[in-house]
Design a protein around this ligand. Structure first.
Ligand SMILES: NC(=O)C1=CN([C@@H]2O[C@H](COP(=O)(O)OP(=O)(O)OC[C@H]3O[C@@H](n4cnc5c(N)ncnc54)[C@H](OP(=O)(O)O)[C@@H]3O)[C@@H](O)[C@H]2O)C=CC1
Ligand SMILES: O=C(O)C1=N[C@H](C(=O)O)C[C@H](O)C1
Length: 238
């Protein structure tokens, strides 16, 4: 049994990926953590949708919390996560940066105050190697906006063609890819003759890695359940 003065042991499900390497670097700079491939206090999964069930099974078998940072997950995957969260603590985060956790709260509030007359468009840009589009963060910010409006999400993705007039209440998504961009997100509220733009710029992947460690620290000792980065920063209590 781990005591509070011992480092939190992190098991990386995908240690050789870009995020696996970044998290190992974040652990190396923080004496509060260490890597333990087989006996972690928290399992950290930044991999691919096809690996989700294996990582959830591993956490359940070990009885440890799991951080799921993988994006591109569909509704079926969401149900798998909810089922796993009945047995172990699961924190699902499309974006583990603390800035985006706060942005999600701000977007929800802005959407609530501005109402459906203000159109919402979400623009994201990422590096050329990214597999999924729109980014998980963009979709999660869209969900936050829909919650703020108290409306079901009506997504407009990948516009191309004619007769594309916006559907009332829709949330639009656009994706750019190129270079080494760690992650840019703009949530654009377009109203009559004015725009409000809430933006986040990830300048380096280390922000996701350090946020992942904050999430891991949060998870230690928690009961089974589904958690988010908003729980980590206490956004819903503010
Ligand atoms: N939540 C957040 O803040 C962030 C989330 N992400 C998300 O994290 C995920 C990983 O991103 P990134 O590290 O850049 O991607 P990479 O492609 O660099 O790494 C993915 C890793 O997952 C492994 N992997 C893939 N499929 C499987 C499988 N079926 N079983 C076991 N391991 C597997 C790969 O191993 P191999 O090469 O051997 O196949 C590789 O090591 C993506 O979904 C990305 O969108 C990224 C950044 C931040
Ligand atoms: O693949 C990435 O790199 C990132 N993926 C996450 C996403 O899909 O939102 C988070 C971050 O933007 C970087």
């Amino acid at each position: 049994m781990r005591t509070d003065d011992q480092p939190i042991r992190i098991s990386l499900f995908a240690p050789n990926g870009r995020m696996g390497i970044a998290i190992a670097a974040a652990v190396a700079e923080d004496p509060g953590f260490e890597i333990d491939a087989d006996h972690g206090d928290v399992l950290v999964d930044f991999s691919a949708p096809s690996a989700l069930q294996a990582s959830l099974d591993r956490a359940i078998a070990a009885g440890t919390p799991i951080l799921v940072g993988t994006t591109g997950l569909d509704d079926f995957a969401s149900r798998r996560i909810a089922t796993a969260a009945e047995q172990v603590p699961v924190l699902r985060a499309a974006n583990t940066s603390l800035g985006v956790a706060l942005l999600s709260d701000l977007v929800e509030r802005a959407a609530r105050v501005l109402g459906p007359q203000w159109d919402i468009e979400i623009l994201e840009m990422h590096h050329r190697m990214k597999a999924d589009a729109p980014s998980g963060t963009a979709l999660a910010l869209g969900d936050a906006a829909a919650r703020g409006r108290e409306a079901k999400m009506k997504a407009e993705r990948g516009r191309d063609g004619t007769n594309l007039k916006r559907e009332e209440g829709a949330i639009g998504f656009a994706s750019l890819r190129g270079g080494t961009v760690a992650g840019d997100h703009d949530v654009i509220f377009a109203g009559p003759e004015e725009r409000l733009i809430l933006s986040h710029r990830a300048e380096n992947r280390m922000i996701f890695a350090r946020g992942a460690l904050a999430a891991a620290r949060f998870l230690v000792g928690k009961p089974a359940g589904l958690y988010s980065m908003r729980d980590v920063i206490g956004a819903d209590e503010a």
